[in-house]
Design a binder for this molecule. Structure first.
Ligand code: HEC
Length: 135
């Protein structure tokens, strides 16, 4: 009896948690993402290449394809990735696990919601022509 009650409780908890994480997987808050972006600004900006490639136009772009950024790793150029919510979230979680030879010296963002917020911010800025003029 004790066990089946535990099993039921576990099952019920799993059912309750599942829709929440599906929701989280689609929702990011760009205002929170703007704060997260300070983590990136040592090496990136939206408009200009710095140590890392510029981020305007990132969503929907092939990895390693900013033509005037000179320092892509072989791994990035040959990754075959296209940047969308899923690939960005996976890469930013653990850059060195996702793309072991990447030249991006950044440890990653452990928290999924923070990654989604950041991606929402990048997406929003990319669609704002006053920030990211169409190329
Ligand atoms: C220490 C410097 C540094 C930091 C901090 C950093 N990056 Fe990078 N980033 C790079 C470099 C260098 C590359 C090029 C890597 C390569 O070619 O393997 C890169 C590449 C990327 C790419 C691939 C872009 C493309 O054109 O294919 C993305 C996406 C990215 N960074 C996002 C971020 C985000 C978001 C943050 C903040 C959470 C961040 N980076 C923090 C240095 C950094």
């Amino acid at each position: 009896m004790g066990l089946s009650r535990f099993a039921f409780g576990f099952f019920a908890a799993a059912v309750l948690v599942a829709p929440v994480s599906v929701f989280a997987a689609t929702k990011g808050d760009p205002a929170a993402g703007e704060k997260m972006y300070t983590e990136c600004e040592g090496c990136h900006s939206l408009k200009d290449n710095k140590l890392g490639p510029r981020h305007c136009g990132l969503i929907g772009r092939k990895a390693g394809s900013v033509s005037d950024y000179p320092s892509y790793s072989h791994a990035m150029r040959e990754s075959g990735l296209t940047w969308d919510v899923k690939t960005l979230s996976d890469f930013l979680a653990e850059p060195f696990s996702y793309l072991p030879e990447t030249g991006m010296g950044y440890i990653g963002i452990f928290d999924q919601q923070s990654r989604l917020d950041l991606i929402a911010y990048l997406d929003k800025q990319g669609k704002d022509p006053s920030v990211c003029p169409p190329q």
